[in-house]
Design a protein around this ligand. Structure first.
Ligand SMILES: Cc1cc2nc3c(=O)[nH]c(=O)nc-3n(C[C@H](O)[C@H](O)[C@H](O)COP(=O)(O)O)c2cc1C
Length: 223
């Protein structure tokens, strides 16, 4: 069964509803980010897998996974990451795999499922320079099979984010964050992982510019 068939069957939504209710109980315990955070050193880290780089003649799957801005093709999560970076002045690091993923949709979906089944930790190309200098880390990814892509686990297991504020964001096809925020908090117990991250459906990408601005302002990141 494909992830979107599962979604259509309503099972994921039911589970998501229960989890959202549970998450609300936890929300109260999260520390809100204050305006003073703006003076802190910030980094946007993201993974994104646009399924084409050609804006012409896209298939439906390709169009679903990208945003075209000024003729340039960006992955959905890449677009949100760039908006956050523009609005906060943060540094930015893209998680790129050492072995590139296939861009063909079915092959990509199959490989992602297999990596999840094997609890794979795909190697990352490059590294964040001087992670210690950052106080705030925005962490973005697409929802893959109701989880983070396994390469984001590689990232979380490669760095100690203790003492930092970690702010998740994701793009998705209907599942929102699934349980990923809880997973990030479990992987980084010393970090202050914010519960109210920004999740945007791939079918509403046109809302990203205003949505990101509003969300950042609510968090106290107004420039
Ligand atoms: C391998 C794969 C698995 C996916 N699994 C889910 C899922 O379980 N739930 C969901 O809502 N969306 C799922 N999606 C849709 C993506 O989350 C969505 O298209 C996202 O915006 C892609 O972001 P990107 O272009 O930055 O990679 C999946 C997409 C792919 C390629």
């Amino acid at each position: 069964m494909q992830w979107n068939e599962l979604l259509a069957s309503g099972q994921i939504l039911k589970i998501a509803g229960m989890l959202a209710a549970a998450a609300c109980l936890i929300c109260g315990a999260a520390h809100p980010v204050q305006a003073a955070e703006l003076k802190k050193k910030m980094l946007v880290v993201y993974f994104s897998m646009p399924e084409t780089d050609d804006p012409r003649g896209m298939t439906r799957d390709e169009a679903n996974s990208v945003v075209v801005v000024d003729g340039k093709v960006l992955g959905n999560t890449q677009y949100v990451a760039q908006l956050i970076q523009e609005r906060t002045g943060a540094d930015i690091f893209r998680i790129l795999p050492q072995n590139p993923y296939p861009t063909a949709h079915d092959a990509l979906v199959g490989q992602a499922k297999e990596e999840q089944r094997q609890k794979a930790r795909p190697a990352i190309s490059g590294a964040v320079a001087g992670m210690a200098q950052y106080d705030v880390v925005f962490l973005g990814y697409p929802n893959w099979w109701a989880d983070m892509p396994m390469i984001v686990y590689t990232f979380l297991e490669s760095y100690d984010l203790s003492g930092k504020t970690v702010i998740p964001f994701c793009t998705h096809g209907g599942s929102g964050f699934s349980r990923t925020i809880q997973t990030i908090a479990a992987k980084q117990p010393g970090a202050n992982v914010m519960q109210d991250g920004y999740a945007l459906s791939r079918s509403r990408m046109e809302e990203a510019p205003a949505g990101v601005t509003e969300w950042l302002e609510e968090l106290g990141f107004k420039k």
